[in-house]
Structures are given as C-alpha cells and as structure tokens.
Design a protein around this ligand. Structure first.
Ligand code: C2E
Ligand code: MG
Ligand code: MG
Ligand code: MG
Length: 292
C-alpha cells in the first residue's frame, strides 16, 4: 500500500507532487480532529428499492466531510489518503458507529431496514475489526443481520488469509456481506468461492452502457443469473433513468439504487422517506415494519 507511485529510484524533484503530499498530510491532521467531533463527518443515506414493489431493500451510508475551511468534501477527496494512513481503523470505527446509530434510530421508529457501510479493503487486514464491530452492534443494540458491509473485489491477493478470516468471522456473527462494484475487479468469481457473501452490486458503469453495449447488457444479465443461482440478492447501482430501470427489470434484476429513485440524503430526511416507501409498498412488505 506504500509507494503507489515513485517506487523507483528516479530522483527528479516534482514540486507539485510535494505540494500534494504536504496537503495530504494537512488533510490527515485535520481528519484526526474531525474524528474527535460529532458533526464534521456525516453520512448521506441512499435507499435501494425493490423494482417490483418499490419497498426499500436497504440503505447505503456514504460518507461526507463538512470541512470547517475546505467546505463539503466527498469520498473521492479524502478516502485514498485515509486508506493509506494509520487513521483508517479509527475512521472505519467512526463510520460503522454512526451508521449503527442511524439504524438504532430507525428501529425505535419501527423501521427494520438494513444499513450498508462501505469498507476499505485494507481495513479487512485488521484482525480486530470483527470484535470492534461486534462491540458496536451490542452498544447500539442493532441485530448483526441488519448491518451489510460492502467490499470491493480488489482485495489484496497476497493477504488472502487474513482477509478471509476477518470476513468469515464477520459473517459468522451474522453480519451480511455485499460485493460492491461487482465485475470491475480482477478476482470476482474466485472471490465468491472463497468467502460466502449475501449480495452483489452491479457496477454503475454497466448500467450506464447497458442500452448501447451488448457486452454491458450481457454482464448485467449474467450477474443477475449468477446471483440467482447462488441464492444472493442483486442490486444495480447508479440507475438514473426510467429506461435503465425498465431494462434492468427486463434482465431479471430485482433491486436498484440511483438518482432515478433517490439521491443520497441527510439522516434527518431518511426516516420519513422509508416510512412512506413502506406504507406505499404494503401489504407486500408487511414484515419489514414491526409496528405495521
Ligand atoms: P460506491 O459504494 O459504489 O457508492 C456509489 C456512489 O455512486 C456514491 O458516490 C453515490 O453517491 C453515487 N451514486 C448513487 N446513485 C448514483 C446515480 O444515479 N448516478 C451517479 N452518477 N452516481 C450515483 P460517493 O458517495 O461519492 O462515494 C464514492 C465511493 O466512495 C463509494 O462508491 C465507496 O466506494 C466510497 N465510500 C463512500 N463512503 C465510504 C465510507 O464510509 N468508507 C469507505 N471506505 N468508502 C466509502
Ligand atoms: Mg457501496
Ligand atoms: Mg458501488
Ligand atoms: Mg461504485
């Protein structure tokens, strides 16, 4: 994970890169402070819906940083440096804790929708992760099956054993696992034979190209078929149009997420949205709402 670039011995001075890394160091110092506060790192929440009933199948937590000087930052602005720093563990615990706090709030409203959290592959190298997540689940009194961990398949091949142990421990606790951006990594299919997962998320790039690329359409159809055959849920991500929605339904996909349905929204909005989605979808999804 070190030396993504410049691993060689070419010693040319690159002032722009120097400035960039200075800036990253500053950002990481600021993150250390942000992790001590409650209001800088916030979750945007985006429901996925069942294409047949409109009922929410889950909600994904997406991190945003309300930076006191830099303004709103998205994951693309800071996740990479965090992943390469010693703060990754603290950051992951922070996000899981916030997400479980949100799920606990829903439970008090009688909403038992699962929440999905994105994990950086490198956090799976930390054998303490399952214990930390177990502790957070207990503290928030959220049942393990209501937490879904989204992982990408670009899992470091040289560290398979640790990662498999961590994922197996999480899954035996009852936590659900989803493969995010499915089809974009190198090891997708092998991965499925190593670690039992619960859900596949079809990457947005295939959804976008589905209409004019027979290859993309075939990948979506095959992923849906694979999920079906393995007894896994499948969710298409990045659905922006009614045409894409219809094409997905045509290909047998049962659930989707994207701007066509909902943009990621603040925590204080989501409760009401979930409540009304469940009300509209009833009686089909009666068991999802405990107080129904
Ligand atoms: P992802 O998990 O694949 O998340 C989907 C991304 O697509 C999100 O971007 C979401 O806001 C965006 N999106 C959703 N629907 C649509 C749509 O219809 N059209 C378009 N164009 N985009 C859509 P975001 O929030 O910027 O997150 C980007 C990536 O950052 C995520 O990809 C995930 O890999 C990572 N990430 C987000 N939150 C966390 C986190 O808490 N921890 C870690 N480690 N990574 C995170
Ligand atoms: Mg995700
Ligand atoms: Mg994704
Ligand atoms: Mg993605």
């Amino acid at each position: 994970y070190q030396a993504k670039e410049g691993g060689g011995s070419v010693a040319t001075y690159d002032s722009s890169r120097d400035a960039a890394s200075t800036d990253q160091l500053a950002l990481l110092a600021e993150l250390r402070e942000a992790l001590k506060t409650d209001d800088q790192l916030v979750l945007a929440l985006q429901p996925a819906v069942d294409l047949a009933t409109g009922a929410p199948t889950g909600v994904e937590a997406l991190i945003r940083w309300r930076h006191p000087r830099r303004g709103w930052l998205g994951p693309a602005d800071f996740i990479r440096p965090v992943e390469n720093s010693e703060q990754l563990g603290a950051f992951t615990r922070y996000v899981v804790d916030k997400a479980l706090g949100v799920a606990a709030g829903w439970a008090r409203q009688g909403l038992t929708v699962p929440i999905s959290v994105n994990l950086s592959a490198r956090s799976l190298l930390d054998p303490r992760l399952p214990g930390e997540i177990a502790e957070a689940l207990r503290r928030h009194q959220v049942p393990a099956h209501r937490l879904v961990l989204e992982i990408t398949e670009t899992v470091v091949m040289s560290e398979l054993e640790v990662i498999d142990q961590v994922l197996t421990a999480l899954r035996s606790m009852g936590v659900q696992l989803a493969v995010d951006d499915f089809g974009t990594g190198f090891s997708s299919l092998t991965f499925l034979t190593r670690v039992p997962v619960d859900e596949l998320k079809v990457d947005r790039s295939f959804v976008i190209r589905m209409a004019d690329s027979p290859e993309a359409a075939a990948i979506v159809r095959t992923t849906v078929g694979l999920a079906h055959e393995l007894g896994l849920r499948v969710v298409a991500e990045g659905v922006e149009t009614a045409a894409q929605r219809a094409a997905l339904a045509e290909l047998g996909c049962t659930a989707a997420q994207g701007y066509h349905f909902f943009k990621p929204m603040p925590a204080d909005k989501i409760g009401a949205v979930l409540g009304s989605l469940l009300d509209e979808a009833r009686p089909n999804v009666f068991p999802l709402r405990a107080d129904g």
